[in-house]
Unconditional design. Structure first.
Length: 230
């Protein structure tokens, strides 16, 4: 069975979970070697690959502390947990490293399985910081769901890195180029040949819920009792 763990795999998973709970970050490969009393880093990476294949952890191989535990609800709950990262943590250099820099965050959201049933399972939720994605209708505090997949088609809305910054565009595939279209009618499309990176497809947006505010009474309407002193 795919999700049955060997005793060694169970130990590795427990060690990672304990380390994250204690230190608020994931262990490095060399630290895992010490914690597991294993000399070979290759042995540790094989354990991690097995756990990732069973969808129990996520591992970003380009990040030093890029291991996170995938927490799941029971199969009959109707919801799944998806890890949340902040848009300011997305950093891409054109060598393909540090795409999701702080992925080991323990922040998760619950999402209906109906929303993600046709996705490939490699999902992440991204919380917008600031209004740099406002032209896509995504504002500070909004969360958008991303399917990490570079295989895209016409009219897909994608998260892309352009000039080192994350942006959301609707794409059109052309010969030897990709056209990035803005949601704003008065903004010209961008034709890209290189120097960009598609990180995945945006398939849903969760708007930030307005905070409840206490109703304030104008000072002119406040009646203060007056006491006359004789």
């Amino acid at each position: 069975m795919k999700n049955i763990l060997t005793k060694k795999q169970e130990k590795v998973l427990r060690v990672i979970s304990d380390y994250i709970n204690k230190n608020s970050c994931s262990p490095t490969i060399s630290e895992l070697c010490g914690l597991l009393n294993v000399r070979s880093s290759r042995t540790v990476t094989q354990y991690l690959d097995s756990l990732a294949q069973k969808n129990l952890i996520y591992r970003d191989k380009y990040v030093k502390r890029g291991i996170s535990i995938i927490k799941k609800q029971s199969n009959d709950s109707g919801v799944d947990q998806i890890p949340v990262i902040n848009s300011v943590d997305i950093n891409y250099n054109y060598n393909g490293q540090n795409v999701f820099q702080n992925f080991s965050s323990n922040d998760f959201i619950l999402v209906s399985k109906k929303i993600i049933e046709n996705k490939n399972g490699n999902l992440v939720a991204i919380r917008a910081n600031g209004n740099c994605m406002a032209e896509a209708g995504i504002f500070d505090g909004d969360i958008f769901l991303l399917e990490k997949n570079e295989q895209v088609k016409n009219d897909d809305r994608v998260l892309a890195i352009i000039d080192g910054l994350p942006t959301i565009k609707k794409i059109t595939l052309a010969e030897n180029s990709i056209i990035m279209n803005s949601n704003l009618e008065n903004k010209n499309p961008i034709v890209m040949h290189s120097d960009f990176k598609i990180l995945g497809k945006v398939f849903d947006v969760i708007k930030k819920q307005p905070e409840e505010t206490e109703e304030k009474i104008p000072s002119s309407q406040i009646k203060v009792p007056i006491k006359f002193i004789s």
